[in-house]
Every structure is written in C-alpha cells, then in structure tokens.
Design a protein. Structure first.
Length: 161
C-alpha cells in the first residue's frame, strides 16, 4: 500500500489536475477575457444558463446520446469517473472520512463549491446534475476503498497481525 504521506501528495496533485480540467479548462487568453468581463451581469447570465432541475441534463444527454459532434455519453461518464479518485483517496488520508456520511458530506461540499465557483465566475456552467454525477463517482471510489480495506483487514486477521 502507498504510505499516507505519498497518498497526500497524490491527492494534492489530483485536486490540482481536477481543478485544471473542470474549472480552469480554457486557454489563458480566454480566461483573461472572462475575468475582464466580471460584472454583475455575468452573475445574472450564469443564473440564466444554470441547471437547477435534477436529472434535466442527464435526461437530455441520454435522449440525444448519439448526436454527432457532441459526446454527451462521455460527459456523463466523465463526470463520474473524474471523482472516483476523490472518494478513494479522501478516506485514505483523513481518518474521519472513513465514515461514509462524513466522506460524502465532504465530497458534496467540495463539488458544490466547484459548481458555485463556476456559477459566480463564468468559468463554467452550474449544473445540479454534475453535483449528482460527481458524488456518484466519489461514492464508487469510496466503495473501492472499503473493499480494499476489508480485504487488507481480513488478511491481517488471518496472518495474526
């Protein structure tokens, strides 16, 4: 198993990559333009394009999954897969996160923070379905952690450790 210290380093690297891919995904020049446009109207525009209806985007993507030029299925799966490492690593580096509820609350607030930042900054679009999918991904990672932990603990018991 990877040491706690190395897992923390991997976790920080993972978070930086995650933020780069999700929040700071635009080229630097485009990000400068976005920042230069920050005014009260930007927030209202973000509210206008935000999705606050659960399953709206998911249903839309499933209904039009085979549209040419847009990989909607990849977007759905990507929103899940990108957060599997979070659900796995968080309980590995933080003992309190080994409790399901605590881990999921931490994940929820991190994901909510990212979505709210996108809403307020215009560096993306707020979508409640992203919150659901990201949390499902973290749940899958958490379950993988629990299975791995169970196997590890069982092996220790059998070996008298």
């Amino acid at each position: 198993m990877i040491s706690k210290k190395h897992m923390r380093i991997l976790f920080v690297i993972y978070l930086l990559i995650l933020l780069r891919v999700i929040v700071f995904k635009y080229p630097l020049a485009q990000m400068r333009e976005i920042v230069a446009s920050w005014k009260r109207e930007v927030f209202w525009e973000g509210l206008g394009s935000a999705n606050f209806e659960l399953f709206k985007t998911i249903k839309l993507y499933i209904r039009h999954w085979d549209n040419k030029g847009i990989n909607r299925f990849g977007n759905l799966i990507g929103n899940i897969v990108a957060f599997i490492p979070l659900g796995y690593m968080l309980p590995r580096i933080c003992k309190a996160s080994r409790h399901f509820i605590i881990c999921m609350v931490q994940v929820f607030f991190l994901v909510l923070g990212i979505e709210l930042f996108q809403l307020l900054s215009a560096f993306g679009v707020f979508d409640v379905d992203d919150i659901l999918l990201n949390c499902l991904g973290a749940l899958a990672g958490y379950l993988f952690f629990k299975i791995e932990d169970y196997i590890y603990q069982k092996g220790n018991r059998e070996n008298g450790l």
